[in-house]
Design a protein around this ligand. Structure first.
Ligand SMILES: [Zn+2]
Length: 481
């Protein structure tokens, strides 16, 4: 795309006052100056007040509010004339497996002489960690093993049976593995007489967590089921145990149906391209990234606004786009990328870098990542990799040279964070040099108190200006140490 870079108002004035012949002699501001001037504190304020508003609900992955944030970013790319960064769209969709419990279809039945007790999941019984997978066990016998801590001593025949133990914790891993290899269906844990309130509360909170879908691992197949009974249901089972000695079958049967669903969820990264002007160098793409997700809401409704983490970097990248739009094309192509699900474990950057897309003929040369750049002392900014880090490269050197022009006399050491934000995905999966700019954690890190009123907007814009300076300096033919 081509643009006429003399500010149009000035041009009009010159034309209308009859000085049109002198236009060629009016010196336009150098591209870098124009770009730096376009990075404005007021704009950064407006952007972050939107992104870190309660209405954006903490930009959780996945959430409607996160999708709204993505569309806000896309709107800016469109307005500033960026090209689509993923095939024919600005939004790179990626899929993640998702699974959860079919609550209604998950139930237990205690069969005793006088009739059946129907138990509902989340009220009458709970699952311990690693217990949720598809199972349908009908009328299995029950063996009583006594106190949980002594279950390892028992040599009872447990094949095809449930094992009942008493206590506040399930038996050790070794005992569980042993019981599993001997063919038991799983462990049913009942509280000892007199205890229980606290356990019941713990279980209820575990259950609440199990209600929302999980992504991290698939259904916990192959795990050894632990079922926890609160006092009210444990009593019925206790009556069936009666005076039975540990190691004996008791006079009841138990059926259990555990049902999980699995599917996929679509998440989004937002990507724009600022095409380079040099016929050869334009194929070399510099990627600037920031994650736009945060951690959503607390169970009690408090919102984690994530103004600094990473509303600040998200805003800083928007400011950089404003700068690029005024700078005009660089020799190399710049790709700007807001990724999601950083807080879940760098999922967005990892999905893209494992399957990257570039316009034909283009490929990556480096990545600059910004995350948390709006807090702590105004002159404090850290970088990784530093000279002390084995991944140190020409890119760090350039940032070190430029930082003093933006009020960061010396960049501090963030080497402890080399694998902690999205640049790690670019390094790992694309093999390109990376730098990470980061103003460090603070007392509001990952708390609902990370709010917009505490943000230093001047600092955010100076980091954006620094990135623009770095981009400007790495336009020469050869990039190297
Ligand atoms: Zn972050």
């Amino acid at each position: 795309m081509k643009r006429f870079w003399i500010p149009s108002l000035l041009l009009l004035t010159l034309v209308s006052t009859g000085f049109s012949q002198k236009i060629t002699s009016v010196p336009a501001l150098p591209a870098l100056e124009r770009g730096l001037d376009a990075i404005k504190i007021e704009n950064a304020k407006a952007d972050l007040h939107f992104l870190a508003d309660d209405a954006l609900g903490g930009r959780d992955t996945p959430s409607l509010e996160q999708q709204i944030a993505a569309r806000y970013l896309r709107a800016r790319l469109m307005r500033l004339g960026f090209e689509k960064g993923f095939k024919d769209t600005f939004i790179h969709p990626y899929q993640l497996p998702q699974w959860g419990m079919n609550a209604v279809e998950t139930h237990m039945t205690l069969h005793v002489k006088g009739g059946d007790f129907q138990w509902a999941w989340g009220k009458d019984f709970f699952y311990g960690t690693g217990s949720r997978s598809d199972r349908d066990i009908k009328q299995a016998s029950v063996v009583y093993l006594g106190p949980s801590s002594k279950a390892n001593k028992s040599k009872a025949k447990v094949e095809g049976c449930w094992v009942v133990v008493e206590g506040s914790r399930r038996p050790s891993r070794k005992t569980r593995t042993d019981l599993k290899s001997r063919g038991a269906h799983g462990i049913i844990l009942i509280p000892e007489k007199g205890e229980g309130e606290e356990i019941a509360e713990k279980q209820a909170s575990l259950y609440k967590r199990q209600l929302s879908p999980s992504w991290r691992e698939g259904p916990e197949a192959g795990g050894f089921a632990t079922i926890v009974l609160p006092l009210n249901t444990a009593d019925a089972l206790r009556r069936a145990i009666g005076k039975a000695k540990p190691g004996k079958k008791i006079s009841c049967k138990i059926s259990e149906r555990c049902s999980v669903w699995s599917g996929e969820t679509t998440l989004e990264n937002v990507i724009g391209i600022w095409p380079g002007s040099d016929s050869k160098l334009r194929n070399e793409v510099i990627i600037v990234s920031a994650h736009y997700d945060h951690v959503g809401k607390h169970e009690d409704g408090r919102i984690y606004n994530g103004a600094d983490d990473n509303g600040s970097g998200t805003t800083g990248l928007l400011a950089l786009c404003e700068g690029l739009a005024e700078y005009g094309p660089m020799k190399r192509t710049v790709m700007v990328m807001w990724v999601s699900a950083e807080e879940k474990g760098l999922w967005g950057s990892s999905a893209w870098t494992k399957n990257p897309w570039f316009p034909e003929g283009m490929g990556p040369v480096c990545n600059i990542n910004i995350d948390m750049i709006g807090r702590n002392a105004g002159d404090k900014l850290n970088i990784t990799p530093t000279k002390k880090h084995e991944e140190y490269s020409w890119l760090t050197k350039v940032a070190m040279q430029q930082s003093k022009f933006e009020g960061f006399p010396k960049l501090g050491n963030a080497d402890d964070y080399y694998w902690r934000s999205d640049h790690a995905s670019f390094r790992k999966n694309l093999g390109v040099p990376v730098i990470f700019l980061f103003a460090d954690v603070h007392e509001d890190y990952h708390k609902p108190t990370d709010t917009v009123d505490k943000i230093n907007f001047d600092k955010i814009t100076r980091v954006s200006r620094l990135v623009l300076r770095v981009l400007d300096q790495i336009q020469e033919e050869k990039l190297s140490n």
